[in-house]
Design a protein. Structure first.
Ligand SMILES: *Cc1c(COP(=O)(O)O)cnc(C)c1O
Length: 455
């Protein structure tokens, strides 16, 4: 395979057999999660919420963790995913840079999320769990988990934020097609849902409410657990298959990237593409790694590194992370998957260590980038993914100004075929940017001032 190939492919027998755990190589260890009293929480504190085999991965410092054969067998439906050379995009930009993108939109659910949904469903089944419960906003994670549970053979229930449930019927239909039970949240099924409905019968719901409902049901049944699609260490671990494949693909082409780019919501697709390259960087390689987030929800670029809760009701432990405050409600930008107040502790930590850079971009520049991508490469990108494309275009333009033949790698985290309203708004000129006002951020952060400091 040469650098002139449009797609650099791996055979199934070249798939990585192990996930990469960056916790083994961190120059300084991560601060521990803390309980409400400010003391570190151990694995047992999470055992009602997650199965112990996944909790073991969450706290593991082993560098390599075997991917079970049955999990590999399911991932092979769409993996290894192709690494594309974006030659037409390069030509449109008149850049000397070589642009590559890893296409994670080829999974049945259309994004990188099944890379962790499949092993999460499988480990739960191994542990004897019969029902898996989760929440979803726009439906990317819910549909990934619904598919994975069906393939593995375990029940799946998804609390879907009411407003998306009503306004975005297609992801709901995907979940039902894969046999999952999809419930509008808040619902009558949980105490927290009933309480909120009594106070606010017409509420559109929120991710924070849906998380609380899912956790409440999961912990009240012995054969039931909860699943989370991003943020946690084991989710980052499962996603490293993306970067491990990409590294092999570059080897085949006789290349190595100068810049690695991913969009960051909870941090999982970014960690997936970049952590294997950060291994090289920690061991002396020169590679720049950039996480890109929305200007409207600038967690890594403007959120302080603090202990904060993962949900509004503070049902999760305090996690060390860049956060805008657990009560932060981001503006209604179209990149729903990037509207989270916190950032994965592992991604936050490597940012603190100076191993990665972060940028924030407004949604209009992102949709312009996604349109150019559709006009040159054909694929219609998820609104989340458009942030990675916009940063890639910035880097390609910079390479042109500097006259450098840089190699850029971007993670194309998913397609946008279920997210066309955003394109409609953009094409009819109805889209706006929402740079976050400083006083808005300060008001949200006031609520976390009493949290324990990170030492
Ligand atoms: C969910 C999602 C994201 C954001 O989540 P991360 O955990 O930050 O990866 C990005 N892109 C797509 C297509 C998504 O579905």
């Amino acid at each position: 395979m040469s650098i002139d190939s449009t797609k650099i492919l791996l055979n199934e027998d070249e798939m990585p057999r192990q996930w990469y755990n960056i916790q083994a190589d961190l120059p300084s260890p991560m601060p521990p999660p803390l309980g409400p009293d400010g003391s570190p929480v151990g694995p047992d504190a999470l055992s009602r919420v997650f199965p112990m085999n996944l909790i073991e991965q969450e706290v593991s410092t082993e560098r390599w963790i075997d991917i079970p054969e049955e999990v590999l067998g399911i991932l092979k439906i769409w993996r290894p995913s192709p690494l594309y050379r974006a030659r037409r995009l390069e030509q449109a930009l008149q850049t000397p840079a070589k642009i590559y993108y890893k296409n994670e939109g080829v999974s049945p659910a259309g994004s990188h999320k099944p890379n962790t949904a499949v092993p999460q469903a499988w480990y739960n089944k191994q542990f004897g769990i019969k029902h898996l419960i989760t929440e979803t906003g726009a439906g990317q994670w819910g549909s990934a988990l619904a598919m994975s549970c069906k393939l593995v053979g375990i029940d799946c229930k998804v609390f879907m934020v009411r407003i998306s449930f009503d306004q975005k019927p297609f992801r709901k239909i995907m979940m039902k097609t894969w046999g999952a039970d999809c419930i509008a949240s808040p619902s009558e099924q949980t105490a927290v849902g009933r309480k909120i409905l009594a106070e606010m019968p017409d509420t559109p719901g929120s991710l924070a409410i849906a998380i609380s409902e899912a956790i409440e049901q999961a912990v009240s049944n012995d054969d039931t657990r909860y699943a989370l699609g991003s943020v946690l260490n084991h989710v980052m671990l499962h996603q490293t298959i993306i970067g491990l494949e990409a590294r092999k693909q570059f080897e085949k082409a006789g290349l190595y990237p100068d810049v690695v780019i991913g969009c960051a919501g909870g941090g999982s697709n970014f960690a997936g593409i970049s952590f294997p390259f950060l291994y090289d960087k920690i061991h002396g390689k020169n590679v720049q790694v950039i996480a890109t987030e929305p200007e409207a929800c600038p967690t890594l670029t403007r959120g302080p590194y603090i202990y904060d809760a993962g949900d509004v009701a503070k049902m999760t432990p305090f996690l060390p992370m860049h956060s805008l405050g657990h009560g932060f409600i981001p503006p209604a930008i179209h990149a729903g998957g990037l509207r989270y107040h916190g950032m994965a502790p592992l991604v936050s930590h490597v940012k603190e260590l100076g191993l990665i850079d972060a940028t924030a971009i407004g949604q209009i520049e992102c949709y312009e980038a996604a349109l150019l991508f559709a006009h040159t490469e054909g694929f219609i990108s998820a609104p989340e993914t458009s942030h990675a494309i916009a940063q890639t275009i910035r880097e390609a333009k910079k390479a042109k100004e500097e006259g450098k033949e840089k190699v850029i790698l971007m993670n194309w985290s998913g397609h946008g075929l279920m997210d066309l309203q955003g394109y409609d708004a953009f094409l009819s000129g109805k889209l706006h940017d929402y740079p976050l006002p400083e006083e808005f951020l300060q008001r949200s952060l006031a609520a976390v001032r009493d949290h324990p400091p990170i030492r």
